[in-house]
Design a protein around this ligand. Structure first.
Ligand SMILES: Cc1cc2nc3c(=O)[nH]c(=O)nc-3n(C[C@H](O)[C@H](O)[C@H](O)COP(=O)(O)OP(=O)(O)OC[C@H]3O[C@@H](n4cnc5c(N)ncnc54)[C@H](O)[C@@H]3O)c2cc1C
Length: 378
């Protein structure tokens, strides 16, 4: 059988693309190398802008609705901010992703799991892929195969840079759980170009450390130190995963192949939020294929759309990282005295403030406090 679209990867990008294509009556096949449900290291925090992109019933996957957010700087007391409404929703990625895959199947897409894509060939009239099980043909291919996936490499599309994160999930004693229920905690300081987090979910704590420049400090050591700080011991199983991001735009399509989500390097290079961009770019890639099949619209329209949709905020995220990460001592002190900027950050997560405004406020704060910034440089 020939498909309209082959999709590599059943993360949020791939299954959303498949759902959008199948909903228009076109034939979509998703190929996922792991068995579904598969584990994906992730905090599982969904910001408000992601909600509109979810299929019906996906809210049943929300396991925690944090109303509080704590910022812990270096050598300063923690700052906790509260909101009347949940500022994000926490999902367990393996079952959340499984529910997205099932939604794609309900829409009419086919999903093959436990099958790995090995080769990709493109011709004028279509694409061919070879997997561990078979050979498939289609009009178009969507590479939604995440940070490690083969599509960008095989198509010679410039790959994103990689930071890295280490995380663990534990069921803590009740006394520790009580401290975190309904509250996300973020720590900065000894994590070069990154941060550590505690994210609660239904009696479980997701504890991790991530860095966009993970080669500049001992990530593993920092991770186990942080785990001990939170749990009082280091006896946990750690999972590692790259944080793929870009510092400049790269076209996410080539010929009949489009990239979406982490494969396209659309992760926010300040916060490491990537589920929203996976869902949104997956939907856009799906729509681009539908338009190409039904209306002959060229695929490079997709490049333009991705640029317009993501680059303003991804650029702000890059600038935020450049302002924030080199000066953890300054920001630690600043946020204790002036919490409005922290509050802006929550407003961005809630979709109440555009990213570039947060960036402007951060630049202003830095410029008006520059001498202090320099004296607090670490
Ligand atoms: C530790 C950590 C914590 C994070 N926390 C958050 C958070 O709280 N909130 C947030 O918004 N983002 C978070 N992110 C980012 C988020 O997890 C990713 O941006 C998101 O998963 C990207 O989705 P995707 O669909 O593009 O790729 P993925 O979810 O990575 O899916 C890609 C899929 O492709 C499959 N694949 C790869 N190669 C092949 C092949 N050859 N053949 C077939 N299949 C293949 C993989 O098995 C995988 O299932 C976090 C990331 C990390 C590492």
């Amino acid at each position: 059988m020939r498909y309209h679209a082959l999709i590599v990867g059943a993360g949020p990008a791939g299954t959303t693309a498949a759902r959008y294509i199948a909903q228009q009556g076109l034939a979509a096949l998703v190929i996922e190398q792991q068995r579904i449900p598969r584990v994906k290291p992730c905090g599982g925090a969904l910001t408000h802008r992601a909600l509109d992109l979810l299929p019906k019933g996906a809210e049943s996957q929300f396991q925690e609705h944090p109303h509080q957010w704590t910022f812990q700087g270096t050598g300063q007391p923690p700052v906790t901010l509260s909101r009347d409404q949940a500022y994000c929703h926490i999902v367990e990625r393996q079952y959340f992703d499984q529910s997205l895959s099932e939604a794609a199947e309900r829409a009419g897409a086919t999903v093959h799991d436990g099958e790995s894509v090995q080769k990709i060939g493109t011709q004028d009239q279509g694409v061919e892929i070879v997997t561990t099980e078979a050979r498939y043909h289609a009009d178009y291919l969507i590479g939604a195969d995440g940070a490690y996936g083969p599509t960008a490499r095989l198509m010679h599309i410039p790959r994103p840079r990689h930071g890295a994160a280490l995380e663990t999930e534990v069921v803590p004693p009740h006394s520790i759980w009580e401290r975190y229920a309904g509250r996300v905690e973020v720590h900065i300081g000894p994590y070069s170009w990154g941060y550590a987090w505690v994210i609660p979910r239904n009696g479980i704590l997701n504890i991790g450390v991530g860095s966009f420049r993970s080669n500049t400090f001992p990530l593993k050591q920092a991770f186990y130190q942080f785990v001990e700080q939170i749990l009082g011991h280091r006896n946990v199983t750690a999972l590692a995963h790259p944080l793929p991001y870009r510092l400049s735009f790269a076209r996410p399509s080539q010929g009949r192949v489009l990239l979406a989500g982490d494969a396209a390097g659309l992760m926010d290079a300040f916060s490491a939020e990537g589920i929203y961009s996976a869902l949104r770019s997956g939907a856009m890639a799906g729509n681009a294929v539908v338009k190409a099949v039904t209306k002959n619209v060229p695929l490079n329209d997709y490049d333009h759309q991705i640029y317009q949709e993501f680059w303003p905020s991804l650029k702000s995220a890059i600038k935020m990282g450049l302002l924030f990460y080199p000066l953890p001592g300054f920001w630690s002190k600043f946020f204790v005295k002036n919490q409005s900027l922290l509050s802006d950050y929550l407003d961005v997560a809630m979709g109440d403030l555009p990213y570039h405004v947060l960036q402007q406020h951060t630049e202003k704060a830095l410029l008006t406090r520059r001498p202090a910034a320099l004296s607090w440089r670490r």
